[in-house]
Design a protein around this ligand. Sequence first.
Ligand SMILES: Nc1ncnc2c1ncn2[C@@H]1O[C@H](COP(=O)(O)OP(=O)(O)O)[C@@H](O)[C@H]1O
Ligand SMILES: C[C@@](O)(CCOP(=O)(O)O)CC(=O)O
Ligand SMILES: [Mg+2]
Length: 433
Amino acid sequence: MSESSFFVSAPGKVIIFGEHSAVYGKPAIAAALSLRAYLLITPSKDVNTLKLDFPDIGLSHSWNKNDIPWEEIRSHVKLVDGRPQITEELIPEIVDNLGSVLSNLNSTLHYTACLCFLYLYTQLCNKDIPGMSFCIRSTLPIGAGLGSSASTAVCLATSLAILGDQVERPSYGMNEKSTKKESTDLDFIDSWSLMGEKCFHGNPSGIDNAVATHGGAVMFQRMSNPAQPSVRTTMRNFPPIKLLLTNTKVPRSTAELVGGVSRVNSEYPKTSSSILDAMEHLSTNAYQIMVRPFFGKEERKTLRELVNINHGLLVALGVSHPSLEKVKIISDTWKLGATKLTGAGGGGCAITLVDDDVTEEVIEKGIAEFEKEGFDTFETSLGGKGVGALAYSDVPEELRERIFSPEVFCAYSDRLEIENALSTDNLTGWRFW
Ligand SMILES: Nc1ncnc2c1ncn2[C@@H]1O[C@H](COP(=O)(O)OP(=O)(O)O)[C@@H](O)[C@H]1O
Ligand SMILES: C[C@@](O)(CCOP(=O)(O)O)CC(=O)O
Ligand SMILES: [Mg+2]
């Protein structure tokens, strides 16, 4: 066990309005989930060994860090005042140079995860930093539309920015009112995790990593000029909405679905731009309703109507799936509320904004129908905390050995075990920027 071990953690998200259109510079609304990714960083036994243990995707891989072509890579890193700068696109020369250390990975899943790690590592750290082991576990379903890729990218970017001395560790008492320095650190993490998301799926809007970094609820808009920063408007009075989350468990890839929309966009530019414009109006409309000081029955009804319209528009873009339509049919049959797919679609999750008048008994009957189809449904709370860190010294002495043991962490069998051991509710030492 070592005092230099630490954890970082970042939440998943639910997009309420505007997935896919967010990629095309339209505003979208999303909120952080209580489900999170946790990354444990421990010193390697050998100072030259860099090790990744990502059991959720069956990846265990190590490198001798001296095998990384540091000089070639570092010659392409953009530095301003000694700080690495993000770029609009992944730097092709760096990706190319990493090819030599990625060549023995034979699945796309593992290749992408290792590329994401090394792309961030070689820019945020340097070759003199002793080798560490990185083990990530997620309580989020992976590839289900809840932003597991972004929470992974945020955890990696944060841990590497800490190791590379690019950001300060968070301190106590800063949770409510960040100092300027700390919010700059958060922006640095947000921007580098976007580069991580680019490794996972090519053309991310940035909404997922923004929510995973900052937490809470936001309206987010990527600027059409990529040189301009995205606009992130925090929604402090996010209204309490009763939301069911249904995971169809049908696997899909965000990269492929975003690629599908891009094809529709280039084949039917006028039609697709009208759909995207309609999505823009939806998000703006929903935002105006959600920030009203009074959020009552009428507002909830309008929001549900907008949810139904948003789903229809996503269907038109070709990103639904028979399983998601089943969720919608069951929800409509039992009159549970308004249902739309969330995230990239093509399977994965749907959200239902529950109707005001529906009874708990009816909700349970609906959930039983979902379960019959093999789906998982749960009620969830939105707007949780963003990225946080847990230092060795912030855990009671008698717990340290167990909490910071990579063997124990890798062996947790499910979401509940991870949460029991590590969640911010159960362990008070977590600090947030
Ligand atoms: N716990 C994890 N360990 C390793 N890689 C992960 C983990 N969670 C997510 N990922 C990466 O993110 C990808 C899924 O991202 P994506 O297709 O965008 O779906 P989503 O972000 O909705 O879960 C996985 O294929 C994997 O590469
Ligand atoms: C489809 C999209 O709007 C959201 C993708 O979310 P997820 O990876 O399915 O959780 C893409 C993006 O905004 O980057
Ligand atoms: Mg994703």
